[in-house]
Design a protein around this ligand. Structure first.
Ligand code: MN
Length: 154
């Protein structure tokens, strides 16, 4: 028997009815700042999950890569993202796709949050963090270095 669908009403503060807001990752497991997670949808048959991540002004997700892919739809605010060596300004309704084993990070602006939906495999490999050598290599591109080290832009 297929379970009937359900409707999670959108609430104030970018919350959804009945959805717990939890930590982005285990504290100390990886570098990140000011980010929370809500799992909105998870279905074994579809084998995917839809999560909403909310980054506070000045916050950022972990710089990471992994075999699984992401489809990210920005829902609110604005900021910048790094995908591979590309640094782009992103804002509500932009769609960012991340290919396998591609370095990526999302950073909220100094004056705005950055909230996004992220579709992902339910069963997925663990994100990898850059080694010192990989980080140096990434930072050899001035645009990437400015993104990774820079103060958040307004
Ligand atoms: Mn990721």
């Amino acid at each position: 028997m297929v379970e009937a669908g359900r409707i999670l009403k959108f609430l104030e503060g970018f919350r959804w009815e009945g959805v717990e807001r939890s930590a982005y990752k285990e504290e100390g497991s990886a570098p990140f700042k000011g980010i929370s997670r809500q799992v909105l949808f998870s279905d074994p048959a579809l084998a995917s999950e839809l999560r909403f991540f909310d980054i506070e002004p000045g916050g950022y997700s972990t710089l990471e890569r992994h075999k699984h892919v992401h489809a990210v739809m920005i829902l609110r605010g604005h900021g910048e993202c790094l995908v591979g060596r590309e640094v782009r300004a992103v804002a509500a309704h932009d769609l960012v796709t991340v290919s396998p084993m591609t370095w990526h990070q999302f950073r909220a602006a100094a004056d705005a949050p950055l909230g996004f939906l992220c579709m992902v495999n339910a069963v997925r490999d663990k994100p990898q963090l850059p080694s010192e050598g990989e980080l140096r290599e990434l930072e050899s591109d001035p645009k990437v270095a400015a993104f990774l080290g820079g103060a958040p832009k307004a």
